[in-house]
Design a binder for this molecule. Structure first.
Ligand SMILES: [Zn+2]
Length: 199
């Protein structure tokens, strides 16, 4: 019974990750009920994002400027590149403030199932950055999934051609994780990535 406009909004929201048609409908209903206050705020925030966000031509981060704040920051170590699958991974890693280098966003992961090939990702741009020189280390920070690890393996082979150190995130026990709650894959990774405490 809903109007065409409300249906259009519901189907646009239903495309968001984590929102199915039912949740999208609930969100629309909430927006309609709170239209006086919530709608102008949302319209303004969406317009601001559309107007200001750009993709960084160096690392493919999304920011309000190009090159992005990370690439343009002289305090960052430009000799180290941390390669991630998506912008969300970059943001998560950078929130943790553990890595002082720069990043490279692949834009996804290799997937035979979904037909994602190296040329569909920013692999060529990554290799060009390394080939241009001045890079000491490439950290492969792919997700600990089969496709993530396939992508990391592919990249490590391609990077063999260059005089750079290639490292990979250690996958292991989550903080607070109890051994008997972990799946076998995590346990196996943790065991393989074990390091000496003393000789
Ligand atoms: Zn950048």
């Amino acid at each position: 019974m809903a109007s065409q406009e409300i249906e259009a909004l519901a189907s646009a929201l239903a495309r968001l990750p984590g929102l199915g048609p039912r949740s999208a409908r609930r969100a629309v209903l909430w927006l309609v009920k709170n239209r006086e206050r919530a709608l102008p705020q949302m319209v303004e925030a969406l317009a601001a994002v559309q107007d200001t966000l750009v993709e960084c031509e160096i690392c493919f981060n999304v920011d309000t400027r190009n090159p992005c704040g990370i690439c343009a920051d002289p305090r960052r170590d430009a000799k180290a590149i941390c390669v991630v699958e998506d912008v969300s991974d970059l943001w998560a890693l950078d929130r943790a403030r553990l890595f002082q280098g720069t990043y490279h966003v692949l834009g996804g992961k290799l997937s035979a199932l979904d037909g994602v090939r190296p040329e569909d990702l920013t692999v060529g741009e990554l290799l060009a950055r390394v080939e241009a020189g001045g890079i000491d280390e490439v950290v492969l920070a792919m997700n600990a999934t089969l496709e993530g690890q396939t992508t990391a393996h592919y990249l490590s082979e391609r990077l063999e051609a260059f005089p750079v150190k290639v490292t990979q995130l250690a996958h292991g026990l989550p903080v607070g994780g109890e051994l008997d709650y972990l799946d076998e894959g995590t346990l196996a990774q943790a065991l393989r990535a074990r390091r000496p405490i003393h000789n």
